[in-house]
Unconditional design. Structure first.
Length: 308
C-alpha cells in the first residue's frame, strides 16, 4: 500500500483571447503537493504545511482546496477519508489567472486516487476535477498537459481535443503585483451578446487553432482578438491597453488576459521574446505597476505522480 505520494501540477493559461471558458494550455510553472498517511497514533486527522509563493494566504484547515478535492474522491468512492498530512510547495501565484485553484483540485484528486490504490481512471478523475472547478479550461490542461479544447456533449459528458502548438510560439507571462478574483472578473461580463459578437469569436477561435498549429504570424495577430470577455475585463487591469500596444510593437503576435487576469499573456517567437519582455516590464512600470515577466514553455506532460 502506498503511504506517501507527491503530485506535481503545471500552471495553466485559459481563454487565449477568443477561447473563453473552453481552451487552455499548461505552462512550465508548477505547484507540488505531497500526501502522506497519518498513523493511527497521530494526534489529528489532518495536518497541512505550505511553503513558497503566497504561502501565508493558503488555508491549512479542512477548507483547504487540495484537501477538499482529496476528500471528494474518497466520498465518490464511498470510503472514509483517511487521516493525511499535506505538504504544499507553491510556484504558481494565487489569484493571478494562472490556474492555481486547478492545480489544487488536480493535485488533491490524484493524491487521493493514488493513496486509494488508483481505483479511478484518468478520465474519471478529469470529470471530478471539472465538476469541482465548474469549467474545464484550466483543470483539463493541468491534468493532461499541452493545449486542450473542451466541449460538452448533449449527455453532459465532455469531449477533449488536443490542440497542436507549434514549437516556434513562445508564451511570455506578465504577472503583476496585484490580485484579481475570478468572481470580480465574471461580474463585469454582460449576460448576453449580439449575434455579431458571437460570430466574431467563433471565427477567431477557428483561426486561433490554425494559428497555434502553424505559427503563421498574420493568422495569430488576427486570431487573438476577442469580443466576449477581454473588452470588459481589461477595465479592471490598469495599463492594459498601453502594455498591449507596447508588446505588439516589440514583436508579439498579440497580448491577451490569462484566465480571469490580471496576468497577461503575450505570444511571440524566440527572436522577439526578449524585446517583448522588456517592453511589457517597462510599460507597466511606467503606470506604477510592478511586474514579473517570464518566458515559459508549453508543458506537454501535465500532472505527474511520484510514489514513496
Amino acid at each position: 500500500m502506498t503511504n506517501s505520494v507527491t503530485v506535481t501540477v503545471p500552471a495553466t493559461t485559459a481563454n487565449l483571447g477568443p477561447g473563453f471558458d473552453c481552451i487552455g494550455a499548461a505552462l512550465s510553472l508548477y505547484n507540488q503537493f505531497r500526501f502522506s498517511r497519518l498513523s493511527p497514533n497521530s494526534s489529528g486527522e489532518l495536518a497541512i504545511a505550505v511553503t513558497g509563493l503566497d504561502a501565508e494566504q493558503v488555508k491549512t484547515d479542512h477548507s483547504n482546496l487540495a484537501y477538499q478535492a482529496f476528500a471528494k474522491l474518497y466520498h465518490h468512492l464511498e470510503q472514509p477519508v483517511p487521516p493525511v498530512q499535506i505538504e504544499i510547495d507553491l510556484g504558481v501565484p494565487l489569484a493571478r489567472g494562472l490556474g492555481s485553484s486547478a492545480t489544487a483540485i488536480v493535485g488533491g484528486l490524484l493524491g487521493a486516487n493514488e493513496l486509494a490504490g488508483t481505483p479511478l481512471s484518468q478520465e474519471k478523475v478529469m470529470e471530478l476535477a471539472i465538476a469541482l472547478e465548474g469549467h474545464p479550461d484550466n483543470v483539463v490542461p493541468a491534468l493532461l498537459g499541452g493545449c486542450r479544447l473542451s466541449a460538452s456533449n448533449a449527455d453532459g459528458n465532455w469531449t477533449i481535443c488536443d490542440i497542436p502548438w507549434h514549437s516556434d510560439i513562445i508564451p511570455v507571462l506578465a504577472i503583476p503585483d496585484f490580485e484579481l478574483s475570478t468572481s470580480e472578473a465574471r461580474r463585469v461580463l454582460p449576460t448576453s451578446y449580439s449575434r455579431a459578437d458571437a460570430i466574431f469569436n467563433v471565427a477567431h477561435l477557428g483561426l486561433l487553432l490554425r494559428g497555434l498549429e502553424t505559427a503563421k504570424p498574420d493568422w495569430l495577430r488576427t486570431a487573438l482578438q476577442d469580443r466576449i470577455h477581454q473588452p470588459y475585463r481589461q477595465t479592471l487591469i490598469a495599463g492594459f491597453e498601453q502594455v498591449q500596444s507596447a508588446a505588439i510593437a516589440a514583436g508579439a503576435y498579440g497580448l491577451v488576459i490569462s484566465g480571469a487576469g490580471p496576468t497577461l499573456l503575450a505570444l511571440t517567437n524566440l527572436s522577439q521574446a526578449e524585446a517583448v519582455e522588456e517592453a511589457i516590464a517597462t510599460t507597466w512600470k511606467s503606470v506604477g505597476i510592478t511586474v514579473q515577466v517570464k518566458e515559459l514553455k508549453l508543458d506537454e506532460r501535465g500532472a505527474w505522480v511520484e510514489r514513496f
